[in-house]
Design a protein around this ligand. Sequence first.
Ligand code: ACO
Length: 434
Amino acid sequence: MTEPKSNENVTVVDNTTGKQTTFPLLSGTAGAKVIDIRNLYKDLGYFTFDPGYTATGSCQSAITYIDGDEGILLYRGYPIEQLAEKSDFMEVCHLLLFGELPDKKQKDQFVWDITHHTMVHDQISNFFRGFRRDAHPMAVVCGVVGALSAFYHDSTDINDPWHRKVASYRLIAKMPTIAAMAYKYSVGQPFVYPSNTLDYAANFLRMCFAVPAEEYEVNPIVAKALDLIFILHADHEQNASASTVRLAGSTGANPFACIAAGCAALWGPSHGGANEEVLKMLNQIGDKNKVGDWVKKAKDPDDPFRLFGFGHRVYKNHDPRANVIRKAAHQVLNELGVNDPLLEVAIELEKIALEDEYFVKRRLYPNVDFYSGIMLKAMGFPTSMFTALFAVGRTVGWIAQWNELIEDPSQKINRPRQLYTGPTSRDYIPVDKR
Ligand code: ACO
């Protein structure tokens, strides 16, 4: 990957010293220009201060583009709406990993390769048995994904492109198996092995819901809806979990360890854990007549409560994934004949919040998590599995970001600086003198 050349500069004058220095202004193919401040400390002796990285570009990337003001999301240039309508998750995985949609032959080969990596080492089943039955599935997923590097030594050399490819395929293929095993373990049912006759989403449904005592038939409506959910969650540029994967990867850690770090970051309620929190919140509200009280609570600066599924660091217009998923949720519930009163609560909540000055002023709109939980519930997933499902869809994005990082010659260990506000140097005092 070559860095964009700069024809423009930004000049900074230090008013305290009168020193002046010039920084290159870099343009990508889309989006805001960035000031290349890599020489800032050398030239002026300062660092930047940007907690939460609200104005910091941490890397160069050609995978996913978001325009938060316009509500645009592109995977390798393709609008999410088109991929959601016309593509399928395996194609999207190929696109994110290799940069292009596959032709028929490439697609067949890719699907074959992923399908034939879905089984996990049999010893991993024993590993599961060490967890408590009531453990949260994400706790189990974080642990088991981290443990993969103990099982697949032949794909942990990050400098070998073949190792990287095999590890990438293994992670995409085994993540649904691990998530389904976490679910089966929590409900006390035997693990169901993957079936090579089924596609990615259908296979996952079977591993979650089949039992050895009877035949299981995958509902095609549910499988299609799940495939859509995976597409919508597949990547989202430098979000908290992808940045965590990159940070871990920048140290040279193996891909299984890096993706485990991504799972841990995803689990937080401000990120991928929000889908679970949305459903808990809708359940708590319970009745569409009570929505107003909860909106009031969310606006109260003295109350830590926030409307889960609302707001986004980047989207300040609308989250295009939320638009797709809202439509799909109505359709799937309709097709499945599910009449969930929580949908009514969600519609009312969205309506009131979108008209409320507090939310309008802060440009807070429903995000992807707002409707995904209602859909997943209708498909039969318990709330505790929602974030694990997000992790299954997002693994390909993490892996694409990780591969891009490893192949980027300008990559360095990610090591931010700080604004130190602690005590300055002082002498040690023996305990009897303190
Ligand atoms: N409910 C009520 N108020 C909110 C909400 C919300 N969901 N989100 C933001 N605000 C308010 C804040 O209190 C703040 O108000 P103030 O200016 O009066 O202090 C203002 O809006 C800006 O909020 P920040 O926290 O500064 O925005 P930030 O970009 O840091 O946070 C985040 C984004 C974490 C997504 C936030 O909107 C949030 O917590 N949302 C709920 C959790 C959620 O749905 N997360 C999923 C995100 S999508 C994803 O990861 C898949």
